[in-house]
Design a binder for this molecule. Structure first.
Ligand code: ADP
Ligand code: TRP
Length: 336
């Protein structure tokens, strides 16, 4: 039986946070544990250098993201686990896909549009001010990541839906022009999980410095949770889910029944401070063992490197066959 191929990556621009965990890491690991899937999970470091120009941070983040995957239960024997930059085939495919991608498609990408909008709001004369080609072409690199392994399912947070749709679009265009070589990927969203807000109310993101880090100590976790925005309602006053991002975070860690009980307690007047204690305890219950493993792993970076190198070998073997077909399809072949 052909197993379903699942693939996802996390960019190496900072320390993984609760949003990364519930949006991508947890669903991807669950999928990887199922016997009828074959999974490809990776560190997106070439994506990292798009947004982050601090070498030390990229390097530190690479270790943190790798240790996070492993601490959360990734089994490198079952999963192909690698660092994007160790697979040169992905970059070759990136260029071939760049040559067939419509510029208009990239004009519509969220990250680029957000940069243009920020320039317009700041009355910049040039709407492309400060936009680098990496940012502009980012969805093509992400398509190469996905299509290189013919992934069928891509578990991501809601902010990435558009990029997976673009990968479908680009795959379809290639197949139409050169023959059916690529699988059209589908996005997989955990219905129970919303895009989590960060401590300033914007999307929780490594790029915004507004995160609740996944593996801080229990004490620091409680401190971060205490900073989640609420309002001035007193204990005893009814509180509704749209009044604080803490509801969404609780929901992401609770069963539907537990969540309903929590919503009810707040509607019945539970104090924000008490709610924050319950939330931190809930998160901690799920993460405590993983945190311990994370700390053990980060003390042994050479061991992580070894695992990544073995993963890169597996991934490259897989990628090579398809890349040869793609090169041949576009007319890049040996002379005979
Ligand atoms: P970041 O914005 O923190 O750099 P990444 O771009 O590396 O995050 O995203 C890695 C994965 O985590 C993606 O699948 C993304 O959708 C998911 N993700 C990121 N932030 C959140 C969030 N706040 N809530 C839910 N999922 C998220
Ligand atoms: N761009 C994704 C993000 O910022 C990370 C990523 C890179 C990815 N390549 C991917 C996710 C391929 C899924 C599939 O979240």
């Amino acid at each position: 039986m052909n197993r379903k191929r699942v693939l996802t990556g996390v960019t190496t621009t900072g320390i993984p946070h609760l949003g990364n965990y519930v949006g991508a890491i947890r669903p991807a690991i669950r999928a990887a544990q199922s016997p009828d899937t074959e999974s490809f999970l990776f560190l997106a470091d070439y994506h990292g250098i798009i947004k982050c120009h601090e070498p030390g941070r990229i390097h530190e983040s690479t270790q943190a993201v790798a240790a996070t995957w492993l601490a959360c239960g990734l089994d490198p024997e079952r999963t192909t686990f690698y660092r994007q930059s160790d697979i040169p085939e992905v970059m070759e495919l990136n260029w071939i896909l760049t040559c067939i991608t419509a510029k208009g498609l990239m004009n519509r990408a969220h990250a680029y549009k957000a940069a243009v909008q920020a320039n317009t709001e700041e009355h910049q004369e040039d709407p492309d001010h400060g936009v680098e080609m990496g940012l502009y072409s980012y969805p093509i690199l992400m398509s190469a990541d996905i299509l290189m392994f013919n992934a069928q399912e891509v578990p991501v947070g809601r902010d990435q839906i558009q990029h997976v749709e673009m990968a479908r679009d680009i795959a379809g265009r290639f197949n139409h022009r050169f023959g059916e070589l690529f699988t059209l990927p589908e996005v997989k969203i955990d219905e129970q999980v919303e895009l989590l807000a960060g401590l300033d109310g914007r999307k929780m993101s490594k790029s915004y410095g507004n995160t609740i880090p996944l593996f801080d100590t229990e004490k620091k976790l409680q401190k971060s949770v205490n900073k989640i925005l609420t309002n001035l309602k007193e204990p005893g006053e009814a509180k509704q889910p749209d009044e604080s991002p803490l509801f969404e975070i609780y929901k992401a860690f609770a069963t539907p029944d537990e969540n309903a009980a929590f919503v009810q307690m707040l509607a019945d007047g539970l104090a924000w401070g008490e709610a924050k204690k319950l939330l931190a305890a809930k998160i901690n219950a799920e993460l405590a063992d993983k945190r311990e493993r994370y700390n053990e792993l980060t003390a042994r970076p050479a061991q992580i490197e070894e695992i990544l190198q073995a993963g890169a070998q597996k991934a490259r073997r897989e990628a090579r066959g398809l890349l040869d077909k793609v090169r041949d399809a576009v007319g890049i072949r040996a002379l005979k």
